[in-house]
Structures are given as structure tokens and as C-alpha cells.
Design a protein around this ligand. Structure first.
Ligand code: BEZ
Length: 214
């Protein structure tokens, strides 16, 4: 059975471009974004890794570490990083796991049956500091991901962990959020939302974004 939301992210020990990664230990008390690339020296992946590298400070601001995986050996990754840095205006200073043995890509179900080669699809796993899988996004090889969307999902996960709210369609940080439908106790409502809320429907109660320190 594949991995599901709420599962503990499988632990592993694997070599990377920045040395041996003991996954759970490496995560520590941060969030982790583990994302797969079909293979090295491919055009879409080159642009994606460039975007991830440029956004690394934004992930760090959210206490999140990024870790790429590709089914090629570390030596290939190191050569490919030269191409990425030369063409994508970035410094790739996060690890890329070597996965020529497919240990990680099989553990995370990133290799899809029926594909004509051993390259992975484009998976993204959002893992919280308790090592729980909180979100999974999967794109086909032909479609490059949107790393701003990955940051947006991380923002929403962190906000909804801190406050009894859920985020509406196309939500962006700083915009109105929805009071969690499960929150009906009047005292708790008053405590969490003393400023009040706008009731569009009894089950659609909108509030200004809670104050955030990030
Ligand atoms: C790419 O990253 O460009 C790519 C990888 C595998 C198949 C097709 C495109």
C-alpha cells in the first residue's frame, strides 16, 4: 500500500551530494520537503532544481529543509549541479540524494509501474517535525512543478497547525481564512476570534488572518 497522509515518513540512510543523510535525524525539529526528479541532465528538472535553490531562504524562514532525490549516482548529481548553477542563477546548497539503487524512490513509491524507464515521477512530500507526512503532490514527468505553490501549501499547513482555521480556495498568506467548521463552542470562538468574524453561511465563517510572527 502506498504512503498516505498521516503516515510516519519512512526513515532511510542514503548518500547525498552533501554526505550521508540519516533522514529522520537530518530532519531534526524542522519540516522537510522531499521531492523527486525523474533523472539528471534533463531540462525540466534543471529548471526545477534552480527554482528550489533560489527559494531555499524562503523554506528556511519557515523552518523547512529541502531534499531532492534523483535515481542517478551522487557523482552524476555533482556534475549536473554545475549545469544548474551556470544556467539557473542559483547556488545549489541543499542535498540531492543519490538513488541509483532506488531505495528511496521505492520506499516513497516514486517509480510508477507502466513507465518505460526507471526514472521517477515528480513527487513532493511535506513532512512535519513529528516526521508525519502532511501533504503529497505528484506531477507527471512532462509537467514542471510550481515551487511557489509548494511554499503556499507549507504556509497553509503551518498556519492551520497554529490556529483553528482552514484556508479557502487560492488562499495566499495575509488573506482571510475560514474558521474550522468543527469549532462551534461559543467560548472557544470568542477566545480565538475576539475581533469577530463574517458569517457568509452558518458553516462559512471568515476571519482576518491571525497574527503571525513569521
Ligand atoms: C525533464 O526533466 O526535462 C524530463 C525528465 C524526464 C522525462 C521528460 C522530461
Amino acid at each position: 500500500m502506498g504512503l498516505r497522509l498521516g503516515d510516519i515518513a519512512p526513515d532511510f540512510v542514503q548518500e547525498s551530494t552533501q554526505g550521508t543523510i540519516r533522514f529522520h535525524q537530518w530532519i531534526g525539529d524542522a519540516w522537510a520537503i522531499l521531492f523527486s526528479h525523474p533523472k539528471d541532465f534533463t531540462p525540466v528538472c534543471t529548471t526545477e532544481l534552480g527554482a528550489a535553490a533560489r527559494l531555499k531562504p524562503e523554506f528556511e524562514r519557515r523552518n523547512a529543509k529541502i531534499l531532492a532525490v534523483s535515481v542517478d549516482p551522487v557523482a552524476d548529481h555533482l556534475a549536473w549541479i554545475g549545469d544548474i548553477e551556470r544556467t539557473q542563477q542559483c547556488k545549489v546548497d541543499f542535498p540531492i540524494l543519490g538513488d541509483a539503487d532506488h531505495r528511496v524512490s521505492e520506499l516513497y513509491d516514486m517509480l510508477h509501474p507502466g513507465e518505460d524507464d526507471s526514472s521517477t515521477v515528480r513527487s513532493v512530500f511535506f513532512i512535519d517535525p513529528a516526521k508525519k507526512i502532511r501533504a503529497i503532490i505528484t506531477y507527471p514527468k512532462s509537467v514542471g512543478r510550481n515551487f511557489a505553490e509548494i511554499l503556499r501549501v507549507l504556509d497553509a499547513l503551518q498556519l492551520t497547525d497554529r490556529h483553528p482555521v482552514v484556508t479557502p480556495v487560492d488562499w495566499r498568506p495575509g488573506e482571510e481564512v475560514i474558521i474550522a467548521p468543527s469549532l462551534t463552542d461559543p467560548e472557544l470562538l470568542e477566545r480565538h476570534f475576539p475581533q469577530g468574524w463574517r458569517e457568509a453561511l452558518p458553516y462559512l465563517r471568515l476571519v482576518s488572518p491571525p497574527e503571525e510572527s513569521t
